[in-house]
Design a protein around this ligand. Structure first.
Ligand SMILES: [Zn+2]
Ligand SMILES: [Zn+2]
Length: 206
């Protein structure tokens, strides 16, 4: 049985995300009163809703707020497998770069017992793009970018870092010309299988 713990919503989050956090906390409070399977299932269903909301969110900032919320929940439920590995990869990806205000806020607010997030059983790098029959995608070089500060479709910032380098390969959607970091494309293939922006299929439909 999981010990569900309340999370502190950050008032700087988008309203939508604060609402999700409050609803999550309500379910946890109900579970604390009536510690039964049904209450637990409701929380688990809601976690799927949170993941879904993060995946579908197209605004960078709001997507990141989702990731912070997931991180807060995850931290309090170490080793409980509340989230799918895919959602955790996306969360880590959204929070793994830069030092935004939000990230600093999170550090101030987050619990003090931050256990190391070591044993990640799933490694996104293990998805070998050369072994997938990718549709509507082309690999490009930094020179092919429309502009040097072009952003990644995944909302994690610019394709090139401040030195003009890229981590891994750059992929471009043939449908809408949006570009992806190699790892962001992996996440996109896992979560969606189609373009984050224009929805064109990247994987052959069964
Ligand atoms: Zn596209
Ligand atoms: Zn990216």
């Amino acid at each position: 049985m999981v010990e569900f713990i309340l999370i502190p919503p950050d008032q700087k989050w988008d309203k939508k995300v604060i609402k999700l956090a409050n609803e999550y906390n309500d379910l946890v409070r109900k579970w604390q009163l009536k510690n039964d399977k049904k209450a637990e299932e409701k929380i688990r269903d809601f976690i799927i809703k949170i993941e879904d909301s993060m995946i579908k969110e197209t605004n960078d900032k709001i997507k990141k707020d989702h990731a912070f919320m997931i991180q807060l929940i995850e931290e309090r439920h170490q080793g409980m497998d509340l989230f799918t590995p895919e959602a955790l990869v996306l969360e880590e990806h959204m929070l793994g770069r830069g030092t935004s205000d939000e990230e600093l806020t999170f550090k101030e607010m987050g619990s003090t017992e931050t256990a190391p997030t070591s044993q990640q059983p799933f490694d996104i790098q293990s998805i070998d793009l050369t072994k997938i029959d990718l549709l509507n995608l082309e690999k490009i070089t930094p020179d092919d970018l429309e502009k040097s500060d072009q952003k990644c479709a995944y909302g994690d910032g610019e394709i090139l870092d401040e030195h003009g380098n890229v981590d891994g390969e750059i992929w471009r959607c043939k449908g809408c010309k949006t570009v992806y970091h190699e790892n962001c494309l992996r996440v996109c293939l896992l979560m969606k299988g189609s373009c984050q922006i224009c929805d064109v299929n990247f994987l052959p439909r069964k």
